[in-house]
Design a protein around this ligand. Structure first.
Ligand code: GLA
Length: 744
């Protein structure tokens, strides 16, 4: 049994040999969290790890008692997990144990995305009810442990058991106390077209955080935080990962107290949140995931990748090979007609592309960013035979057809805005701030969600559509909703995202065969919450290969390759003007869900031939790229930031592709080796280089090598010594490793 209750110690131990969580009901009823981390033996008492006896905070005010769900105003002065303003205005709260239940499997969270199990035997869930008497607040704390994963999932439901309304002013999904502060905090930060760069800082006394107040998780920070020991690297040492299964405003924070203990909090951003609870009403937080690794950051990513790929993503497309697609955005922007699209699709089909995506500009009268969002009917000036007409011409070519939509938005110049000006988010009497010349629809209003479901279902049902790119291109300003009274406006942001989830749920259920890809000006809402509805996301509008190395590296800390759409785009690159070789662009984009974002009709013969080879290569290794284990080798954030290397290896370790990248070449370089990881040391691999041309690099490496050699001596990587003059900057090479049957 992975969840054990020791009556005598009033101790609950969740364990599975990979992770342990020990909770104990202290003498005064406080629920303490004595340990969360490395596996510890079952059937033992750990009460000595906590304050014992504990008569409450009376004589221990301010001491770092490790709490499962901390509150404020009753002796713990650190940041709280839960703040409730009671009917009398008090925010003092102290939660005491009432009861607990252990059940097989994992319950779903109504209206919210969450990880799941396919059979009850995969997990066990503990639900502990704690309560505050004077405030009449009950809280159900849920902890799920998975049988085979070093992961615990947490959420909480807060209930008003009193006779008067109260306000929840902050309800974290997770709070976790660690006994020391010898940690480096890792976050994923950036901006548009450069999302999720790795940022690290040593923990110091006080609070350090990442957050969003934009209405979406955002380009700037990601609802993910990791802690690693200063000595932890990719392959060794302890690390924790905290991921919020949520796409709205969030807070991810570590606080170090005067005694050097660390508290991590993860949940809905409290400054932009206030939830009214009438008598009997309850509020459920989003789910938070905590993963533990004793095998470095790589081990942490392994745990999160497989959980997200196998038990967060869902639906028809969860496990299916994703099509190699071409998207017309950077090829045409708004300037196209049906013939132009068919021309692009035909050329792309001839190169091996499997699906064509029609991006922005097909609806209303949209020739630029100033009009038509919300008018989800076809623009017959551009597409006289409708979406169906162009879709059929393209599917007749033998490839799939996909469509871009941006459901949550409206242009002031649109029929929708004319008909329903009050559907746009804004505060009466206050000017609305436009961004990208568009406004946001009030997804907190059920009639808006109903309308969008109906018009979008009409579009999606009107033609053979195999794929949808769901975009969201601006953040929320002047937050306010007509659907709530003044004293409930604090609910707006969360209700907005619940509305988004509801629309996603309805459309994905109505169109189970459609592959949904999420997008938000690139990666502005790339999080575990959206992954529950769309198994892949447009990782970034930054399509430059050099920038993408950093984005994909950072993203891979938490998210699997199967979630990261990665496209080869034209040069000079549209975001940074950089010119990189076509082979390098592909060598980066292969490590994700592969596609193109360029005009293939303007390429010369040689480039087309190269693309044919690229697509054949990706298709030949697609299973590996989409479901293999991703191993990071050389970080593009380290040293002079001009090197990177990684590999992907099959679960049986018989097949791998290594990517190695040199950004800037330098004069007079020395010899270099690339030591691999994750292979079978007893196996013999046939190594071949890609692109496949005879040069000194392939001469040095191509052939049979033992796994042991590849992981200790490594590949011979004297790229610069041999090739600087020929190849210049932005040089990439792949190595394909295939295990050969052993001689004995
Ligand atoms: C966003 C997306 C792009 C493209 C444009 C269209 O920026 O990230 O890929 O779809 O919108 O307007």
């Amino acid at each position: 049994m992975p969840i054990e209750w020791r009556e005598g110690d009033r101790q609950l131990h969740l364990h599975n040999g990979q992770i342990s969580l020990v909770l104990r009901v202290l003498d005064d009823g406080t629920l303490a969290q004595l340990h969360l981390g490395g596996a510890m033996p079952a059937d033992r008492s750990y009460r000595h790890l906590g304050p014992d006896p504990f008569e409450g905070f009376s004589n221990r005010v301010g001491e770092p008692v490790p709490l499962a769900y901390p509150t404020a105003g009753t002796g713990d002065f650190r940041v709280p997990a839960l703040v409730v303003t009671a009917a009398n205005g008090s925010t003092a709260l102290s939660l005491r144990y009432r009861s607990h239940r252990i059940r097989a499997g994992k319950p779903s969270l109504e209206g919210l995305p969450a990880t799941y199990v396919e059979a009850d035997a995969e997990a066990e869930t503990l639900e502990v009810t704690v309560a505050d008497g004077p405030a009449n607040i009950e809280v159900d704390l849920r902890f799920t442990i998975f049988r085979d994963r070093p992961v615990v999932a947490r959420s909480a439901t807060i209930r008003n058991a009193g006779a008067a309304a109260v306000d929840v002013d902050g309800a974290m999904s997770l709070a976790m106390d660690l006994p020391d502060a010898d940690w480096v905090m890792l976050g994923l930060a950036g901006s548009w077209a450069r999302e999720r760069h790795v940022v690290e800082r040593r923990l110091v006394p006080g609070r350090q955080s990442a957050s969003s107040t934009r209405g979406a998780s955002g380009h700037q920070h990601n609802p993910f935080l990791a802690l690693r020991r200063p000595t932890t690297d990719e392959a060794h040492g302890e690390a924790y990962g905290f991921s919020l299964v949520y796409s709205g405003n969030f807070l991810a924070e570590a606080e170090v107290d005067p005694y050097g203990a660390t508290r991590v909090r993860l949940g809905i951003e409290p400054d932009t949140f206030r939830w009214r609870l009438d008598p009997g009403a309850s509020f459920t937080t989003p789910e938070a995931i905590v993963a533990y690794s004793s095998a470095g950051l790589g081990g942490l990513s392994d745990a999160l990748h497989s959980l997200f790929r196998e038990r967060l993503a869902r639906g028809t497309w969860r496990d299916r090979p994703r099509p190699v697609l071409i998207n017309n955005w950077e090829a045409t922007y708004f300037d196209f007609d049906a013939d132009r699209l068919v021309q692009i699709a035909t050329t792309a089909r001839d190169l091996g592309v499997e699906l064509f995506v029609l991006d922005d500009g097909w609806y209303g009268a949209r020739d630029d960013e100033t009009t038509s969002l919300g008018d989800w009917f076809v623009d017959r000036r551009k597409l006289p035979n409708g979406i169906d007409g162009v879709a059929r011409r393209i599917t007749d070519l033998g490839i799939g057809f996909g469509l871009w939509i941006e459901p949550e938005m409206v242009s002031q110049r649109s029929r929708l805005f004319e008909a329903h000006p009050d559907w746009a988010v804004g505060v009466p009497g206050r000017a609305r701030t436009e961004s990208r010349q568009q406004l946001v629809l009030d997804m907190a209003r059920p009639e808006v969600v109903d309308h969008l479901e109906s018009v979008l279902a009409d579009v999606l049902g009107s033609a053979p559509i195999a794929y949808v790119k769901w975009d969201m291109n601006r953040n929320i300003t002047e937050p306010w909703t007509l659907s709530l009274p003044a004293d409930r406006q604090g609910e707006f942001f969360h209700r907005y995202i619940l509305g988004v989830y509801e629309l996603y749920r309805r459309l994905t259920e109505r169109f189970p065969e459609i592959l949904f890809e999420s997008c938000a000006g690139g990666g502005g809402r790339f999080d575990a919450g959206i992954l529950a509805f769309a198994p892949q996301g447009w990782t970034s509008d930054g399509t430059d290969a050099v920038e993408r190395l950093r984005i994909q590296w950072g993203t891979s800390l938490a998210y699997p390759l199967s979630s990261m759409a990665a496209h080869v785009s034209a040069v000079p690159n549209h975001q940074v003007g950089r010119i990189t070789p076509l082979a390098t662009r592909a060598a980066v984009a292969f490590f994700g869900v592969f596609g193109y974002e360029l005009d293939p009709t303007v390429l010369d013969e040689e480039q087309r031939a190269e693309i044919v080879d690229q697509i054949a290569f990706y298709r030949g290794h697609r299973e590996l790229f989409q479901h293999g284990r991703f191993v990071r080798l050389i970080s593009p954030f380290d040293g002079e930031r001009d090197r990177a290397a990684w590999l992907v290896v099959s679960p049986d370790r018989r097949h791998a592709v290594v990517g190695t990248y040199r950004l800037l070449s330098r004069p007079d370089p020395g010899p270099e080796r690339l030591r691999l990881r994750g292979l079978d040391e007893a196996a013999t691999y046939r190594v071949t280089t890609w692109p496949g041309f005879a040069d000194r690099l392939s001469a040095a490496n191509d052939g049979e090598r033992s796994g042991a050699e590849l992981m200790t001596a490594g590949l011979v990587l004297d790229l610069e010594r041999w090739e600087t003059v020929v190849r210049g900057d932005f040089w990439a090479r792949l190595f394909v490793l295939e295990a050969v049957p052993s001689a004995g």
